[in-house]
Design a protein around this ligand. Structure first.
Ligand SMILES: O=C(O)CCC(=O)C(=O)O
Length: 278
C-alpha cells in the first residue's frame, strides 16, 4: 500500500518531484486544521503573556525566548518551536512554526501516516524512517512571499545524512496561484546547491539566484489534502496570499531511522506499524 509507482520514481529522478491528489479526506483535514489552529493559538497566547507580564506567571512563559531580528524577519523560540513572525505595523501573525508535533498529539499521528512516509521510504530506499523536521506554514490573507530557495543548503549544517532526507508538503487548504501555492522549478534538483543571493543580507545566502536558470517555474496548485513530494535541492518558493482565505500547509521531512531531528537534535522514529490515522 502507498508504494511509489515506477512512473513516480521516474518523475522524481528526472524532475525532482511528484504529486498525489486528495490523499486526505475533508474530515481528516478538518481535524488537522483544528490541531494546527490550536497550536497556533497556544504559541500566540504564550508570546502575548510574555510581553504583557514578564514575571514568572504561567509556567509556559519560561519557554518563550526573545525576539531575534534577522534582516527584516523576526524569529522567536516559543514552546520548543522556532516561530517565524509575519510582523509589520498592521499585522502580527505566525508565519511558520518548526517543529510543532511535540505540541499536539494529532499532528504527531500525521507524521506516522503511511500515506506520507511510505512513498518517502521507497524513494530513500530505507524501510524504517525517522523525522528530520516538521513545520506548519500558516499563510494568512496578505501573507508574504517565500523567496526562491533549496532546502539542501539550508539543512546542510545539522543533517546527519543529508543525501537521504526527503521532503513533502501536505496542503490543508486548496492551494492556488492567488493564495500563494508553492511554485517549483522542475529539474533543478540535478544541479545540487546553487549560487545564492549573497548580497541580500544574512538570509540572502539561503535564497537561490534564479537568474542563472533556464528552467521555468510551475505552480503546485493542488486541492486540499493533496501532497507534493520533492527533492531537497529542487528550487521552490511561494508568492503573496492575495485572497481573503488561509493557505495552510504541513511540511514534513523524513530520513533513515535512528537519526536525529534537525532543529532540536532529538530522535523521533516513525511508527511504521501503525495506521497513523490523522
Ligand atoms: O509554504 C510556503 O509558502 C513555502 C514553503 C517553503 O518553501 C518552506 O517552508 O521551505
Amino acid at each position: 500500500m502507498h508504494a511509489v509507482t515506477p512512473e513516480e520514481r521516474d518523475q522524481f529522478e528526472k524532475l525532482g518531484f511528484f504529486t498525489r491528489l486528495n490523499l486526505f479526506s475533508e474530515t481528516e483535514l478538518q481535524a488537522i486544521r483544528v490541531a494546527a489552529e490550536n497550536v497556533h493559538q497556544r504559541v500566540v497566547d504564550a508570546a502575548d503573556r510574555k510581553s504583557d507580564e514578564p514575571g514568572p506567571g504561567n509556567p509556559e512563559n519560561a519557554s518563550v525566548g526573545p525576539v531575534d531580528q534577522v534582516d527584516n524577519q523576526k524569529y522567536q523560540e516559543i514552546l520548543g518551536s522556532t516561530i517565524k513572525w509575519e510582523w509589520d505595523d498592521d499585522l502580527r501573525a505566525v508565519r511558520s512554526m518548526e517543529p510543532v508535533f511535540q505540541l499536539d498529539d494529532h499532528l504527531a499521528a500525521v507524521i506516522d501516516d503511511p500515506r506520507l512516509w511510505k512513498p518517502c521510504s521507497d524513494i530513500i530506499g530505507c524501510p524504517t524512517l525517522s523525522l528530520f523536521s516538521d513545520k506548519l506554514n500558516v499563510k494568512r490573507p496578505g501573507g508574504a512571499p517565500f523567496p526562491w530557495h533549496q532546502e539542501g543548503p539550508y539543512w546542510a549544517y545539522g543533517a546527519e545524512d543529508l543525501e537521504r532526507v526527503i521532503t513533502l508538503i501536505l496542503y490543508l487548504d486548496d492551494a492556488s496561484v492567488e493564495n500563494g501555492c508553492l511554485w517549483i522549478i522542475p529539474g533543478t534538483h540535478k544541479y545540487g546547491p546553487l549560487e545564492s543571493l549573497k548580497d541580500r543580507g544574512t538570509l540572502g545566502r539561503l535564497y537561490t539566484d534564479v537568474e542563472q536558470l533556464e528552467e521555468k517555474p510551475i505552480p503546485m496548485d493542488l486541492p486540499a489534502g493533496s501532497v507534493g513530494f520533492f527533492h531537497r535541492d529542487i528550487v521552490h518558493g511561494s508568492q503573496t496570499n492575495r485572497t481573503e482565505e488561509n493557505r495552510r500547509a504541513y511540511l514534513l521531512a523524513y530520513q533513515p531511522a535512528g537519526l536525529h531531528q534537525w532543529r532540536n537534535g532529538e530522535q523521533r522514529d516513525i511508527k511504521t506499524n501503525g495506521s497513523g490515522q490523522a
